[in-house]
Design a protein around this ligand. Structure first.
Ligand SMILES: Nc1ncnc2c1ncn2[C@@H]1O[C@H](COP(=O)(O)OP(=O)(O)OP(=O)(O)O)[C@@H](O)[C@H]1O
Ligand SMILES: [Mg+2]
Length: 245
């Protein structure tokens, strides 16, 4: 069971953003993607989910052996992909509870009453140190940056996809919230979810099981990969040392 990205070459409008990007993610595996601002990490994440802003010129994305590049976003989600956005959007008029329930029943085809579903979510709420009233907030409306990240993690834990792409789930989090998000990611890994974690910092990696691989993207290309020592090197010396190799 593997999500395989093969030679992905992607344009946004008329401009090439990604060059021949290849990486693979197995279930239960943690893979980390680092890279400077504007290097193409979110573009990769959005392309995997089928955002209409990005055009694949060449390459393949195979989910458990099946090509998904021609599928619509909701079809990819149903196949087991999930993206935690770097900048989650506000959805007026839709509560967190309704969103999570709709996503859950669309993916699992399980029909549960809202009452049963709320009970199911209560342990996840306490896991994330959230009050029950959080479920009745409009999605990402009047939420702090950290609360938005927790709201995304709540969806992720409720849905338990096959493969999760987390685009900077650690940005703007205080120390305690960072630990909670790391705990949630560990829980996913232990539940057979493959995690592609996009981050700038080792502080979250230090809270997680050791990643199988750390990839570095520069100017839309994967320029190096290795073990956790690659992330530590980035933390110590930024990205300049990579160009010098
Ligand atoms: N929809 C778009 N249309 C045109 N250009 C885009 C679009 N999305 C991204 N880009 C450009 O692609 C490049 C890569 O952007 P991307 O958001 O993927 O970077 P990133 O690695 O996620 O950066 P950060 O660490 O700041 O989040 C940037 O130069 C950006 O301006
Ligand atoms: Mg980004």
């Amino acid at each position: 069971m593997v999500l395989e990205i093969k030679n992905l070459t992607v344009y946004a409008k008329e401009r090439q953003i990604l060059y021949d990007v290849s990486l693979s993610l197995e279930r239960s595996q943690l893979i980390v993607l680092m890279g400077p601002n504007g290097s193409g990490k979110s573009t990769l994440a959005q392309t995997l989910l089928g955002s209409p802003f990005y055009k694949i010129i060449r390459g393949e994305v195979l989910l458990d052996g099946e090509s998904i590049v021609n599928l619509k976003t909701h079809e990819r989600v149903r196949k087991g992909l999930f993206l935690v956005f770097q900048n989650p959007v506000e959805i007026q008029g839709v509560s967190v509870l309704n969103l999570v329930k709709a996503a859950h029943s669309s993916i699992t085809s399980e029909q549960t009453s809202i009452f049963e579903f709320k009970n199911k979510l209560s342990s996840l709420l306490s896991f994330l140190d959230l009050e029950e009233s959080f479920l009745y907030k409009n999605v990402n409306v009047e939420m702090s940056g950290g609360e938005k990240k927790k709201s995304e993690m709540l969806q992720l834990l409720a849905i338990k996809p096959k493969y999760a792409i987390l685009d900077e789930p650690d940005s703007g989090l205080d120390v305690d919230s960072l630990k909670l998000v790391a705990k949630a990611i560990t829980n996913l890994l232990n539940s057979n979810v493959g995690v592609l974690l996009i981050t700038h910092y080792t502080r979250i990696i230090n809270e997680l099981p050791s990643p199988s691989k750390v990839y570095v993207m520069l100017n839309g290309k994967i320029v190096t990969s290795g073990g956790v020592e690659v992330a530590k090197e980035v933390d110590r010396g930024g990205y300049e040392w990579i160009g010098k190799n």
